[in-house]
Design a binder for this molecule. Structure first.
Ligand code: ADP
Ligand code: F6P
Length: 329
């Protein structure tokens, strides 16, 4: 590939919640850069490491055998100070001092907001790779980590189904998804859940209770109700409490899957996606495409400006929601 920019050394960091496949993305960034005679510096703990100059040189062997590992070898953090202008100016100084010509940020929309400010205010070349289990990023069919997370949730819910059936229990299972119901909706379809509560659709407790009573009349003695942590009642504990008040003779339990959804060896799909996006990110920098997120839509690598990726919503598939209701009759 012909070099159209003067990028000789790039930095790479992971930011926000970790996601399985981030390591595969780091590996792809490092190896693609080296292939193009570009040096790579790893920045530890997201934007925090940028502020305190926690930099490590990365060679090809630095990323050996990490493709199968969950988490991120560069570690990650939430770094609220990065919202302050002086702190970002300090980060810029550190990048210049270390002769880092461009940056790859692997994270969610929050991380892209920070990255976009480096691009917009300082004209610094930055690109982003969508890494979050929530799948809530505009400009890509899926985000790195989503596939692994839903598979982890599905195998946990399958186990809960056994106990639900043995003891005639209704389980309210809380899955992650701060602002979006992708994890909930996909796991609900895949586990044949009786109901799904997501942030995008108002939770109507009365309707839910009537639905549960209908199930009982059909001799369903147990059930799984998937609750996205971001649904509008406030999560599985709050919903189940309200349901119990209305249906006191129902045997109800709550299970929160929590951070197990963020860990574990990435699925094949996540490893492949991360490899493609990591490769695409370095190519974007070489081609002089800055201030963009690299995504995959309909099997094509596409570039979406940070402005769009941060302001537009990845909509859930309402059809999928309807199908999940039909199939749980
Ligand atoms: P994610 O990237 O997964 O959405 P967060 O929302 O926690 O996770 O964002 C990760 C980090 O990105 C934050 O801790 C902060 O350092 C940075 N960030 C988020 N929003 C902004 C913003 N508006 N301005 C500057 N930096 C931001
Ligand atoms: O953004 C990923 C995510 O796992 C969300 O689903 C969840 O709400 C949040 O991170 C939890 O973050 P933390 O581990 O910082 O509490």
């Amino acid at each position: 590939m012909e070099l159209s920019s003067n990028i000789r050394r790039i930095g790479v960091l992971t930011s926000g919640g970790d996601a399985p496949g981030m390591n595969a993305a780091i590996r792809a960034v490092v190896r693609t850069a080296i292939y193009n005679q570009i040096e790579v510096v790893g920045i530890m703990r997201g934007f925090s490491g940028l502020i305190c100059k926690q930099f490590i040189g990365m060679q090809s062997h630095s990323v050996s055998k990490i493709i199968s590992q969950g988490g991120t070898i560069l570690k990650s953090s939430r770094c609220p100070e990065f919202k302050e202008e002086e702190v970002r100016a300090k980060a810029m100084e550190n990048l210049k001092e270390a002769c880092i010509d461009a940056l790859v940020v692997i994270g969610g929309d929050g991380s892209f907001r920070g990255a976009n400010l480096l691009w917009k205010k300082f004209g610094y070349p930055v690109v982003g790779i969508p890494g979050t289990i929530d799948n809530d990023i505009y400009g890509t069919d899926t985000t790195i980590g989503f596939d692994t997370a839903i598979n982890t949730a599905v195998s946990a819910i399958d186990k809960l189904r056994d106990t639900a059936d043995s003891h005639n229990i209704i389980f309210f299972v809380e899955v992650m998804g701060r602002d979006a119901g992708f994890i909930a909706l996909n796991t609900a379809i895949a586990t044949g859940a009786e109901a799904t509560l997501i942030p995008e659709i108002h939770t109507d407790i009365e309707k839910l209770c009537s639905y549960m009573e209908g199930d009982r009349r059909k001799n369903k003695t147990s059930g799984i109700i998937i609750v996205s942590e971001g649904e509008d009642t406030g999560g599985a504990f709050k919903v189940s409490k309200k349901v119990k008040e209305r249906l006191p003779d129902y045997e109800i339990r709550v299970t929160t899957l929590g951070h197990i959804q963020r860990g574990g060896s990435p699925s094949c799909n996540d490893r492949v996606l991360a490899s493609l996006l990591g490769h695409g990110a370095v190519n974007a920098l070489i081609e002089g495409r800055f201030g963009v997120m690299i995504g995959q839509l309909n099997n094509q690598i596409v570039y979406t400006s940070f402005d769009e990726a941060c302001s537009l919503r990845n909509e859930i598939n309402k059809k999928l929601y309807e199908i999940s209701r039909i199939l749980s009759l």
